[in-house]
Design a protein around this ligand. Structure first.
Ligand code: NI
Length: 393
């Protein structure tokens, strides 16, 4: 009987799941992934790979040399957790206070190590090389940029990245050509007025009134300035300021995020924000400071890499792979995809014991369906087999 790739991954199911649980129990924040990187290094070395550590500060890169002069394909996992206190009663609940794998990066590492094990076994059949990239600090600090600076893409022809996704069921692969994740920018707006007594507003400039109008007006960027057939988001996530119920504040600080798939829409958002802020400031006599920080660029899947990944994913999950999906989230995989052809894909991993859509990434009770780990690892192996395996020519 011919044993297919999913069967091969199923043979190491216990190892993949226990690796994920081990990392889940010991989460580390960005650029502090010392234990995780140690575990990864040890595993890759035990598979006979050439391993480089300290890439992009705490990242690890393993090279599997095949048996021919075909291309080098990179597979990437991120390793960092989030500053969240885990809740719930899992037996492998985080032992590190206020740190949690609440996005599934523990699973990404486990899937890539599982794929590495199966691929190392068949390296003599590979007409090319596989580079395993374990990067730090995806959650905000852009670990990918540091990995690239340290040469992780040198001599790499294509790259594939994965994300577990609890908004989709196990057996579904979310994938799309072109933009799949958005520009993810951050802004801070400081509204300054003149404080005073709540009963004598006429002598003051009330920054809460100015900020309230501003928040409402900023929503018109999405509803009135963005082509309805395109996408954008402007969200205020935080408001700070004020002293007491009977005091007119002197300063209000707003923080938020702006998202778009296209650079021209991103530029339009910045421009409109500045114009609206200026107008509101003049209207209410407030001084408003605007600090806009560019975040990760949009993640744009290469058409060719997308076609290849889709065809490989179909071999694992059949029509479950034909599931176009995109999100206004941000990902620093975008930096790799700016340099070389790349494709990022979502692996459905909704826990089966909770209603679909109720498990949110970055929540303190985040969890995954661990069966999804087998699918993600299998897709990684399949794409390598299809691109540089012995039947690939
Ligand atoms: Ni994530």
């Amino acid at each position: 009987m011919k044993i297919n790739i999913l069967n091969k991954i199923e043979l190491i199911k216990d190892e993949i799941i226990s690796t994920r649980r081990d990392i889940h129990k010991h989460p580390e924040l960005g650029f502090q992934e010392i234990r995780t990187a140690g575990l990864v290094t040890e595993r890759l070395k035990s598979l006979g790979m050439e391993v480089k550590t300290g890439i992009g500060k705490t990242g690890v890169v393993g090279d599997l040399k095949g048996n021919g002069d075909g291309p080098t394909i990179a597979l990437r996992a991120d390793m960092d957790g989030l500053p969240i206190q885990e809740t719930g009663d899992k037996e492998y609940i985080s032992v590190n206070e206020n740190v949690m794998h609440a996005c599934g990066h523990d699973g990404h590492v486990a899937m890539l190590l599982g794929a590495a094990k199966v691929l190392a076994d068949k390296k003599d059949e590979l007409n090319g090389n596989v580079r395993f990239i374990f990067q730090p600090a995806e959650e905000g600090e852009g670990g990918a940029r540091y990995m690239i600076e340290d040469g992780c893409l040198d001599e790499v022809d294509e790259i594939y990245g994965i994300h577990l996704w609890t908004y989709q069921k196990t057996g579904e692969i979310g994938i799309k050509s072109g933009p799949i994740l958005a520009y993810a920018d951050k802004f801070t707006i400081t509204v300054r007025g003149t404080g005073g007594h709540g009963a004598t507003p006429h002598g003051s400039v009330d920054p809460i009134i100015a900020a309230s109008h501003l928040i409402t007006a900023l929503q018109t960027i999405v509803s009135r300035n963005t082509n309805p057939l395109e996408s954008s988001v402007v969200s205020i996530g935080k408001i700070n300021g004020g002293y007491n119920f009977n005091v007119i504040a002197d300063e209000i600080i707003l923080q938020g995020t702006a998202r778009a798939y296209e650079e021209d829409i991103r530029a339009m958002i910045k421009k409109r924000m500045a114009e609206i802020i200026n107008g509101i400031g003049q209207t209410f006599g407030a001084t408003i400071e605007f600090d806009y920080q560019d975040g990760y660029p949009a993640t744009i899947n290469d058409e060719g890499a997308y076609e290849k990944l889709l065809s490989s994913a179909k071999k694992i999950v059949g029509e479950g792979a034909d599931f176009p999906y995109l999100s206004m989230g941000g990902e620093d995989f975008s930096y790799y995809a700016q340099k070389i052809p790349g494709c990022f894909f979502f692996v459905g991993s909704a826990p089966t014991n909770r209603p679909l859509g109720s498990v949110s990434h970055h929540s303190s009770d985040f969890d995954i369906d661990e069966d999804a780990l087998l699918i993600g690892a299998s897709v990684f192996v399949q794409v390598i087999d299809d691109l540089i395996g012995k039947n690939s020519q």
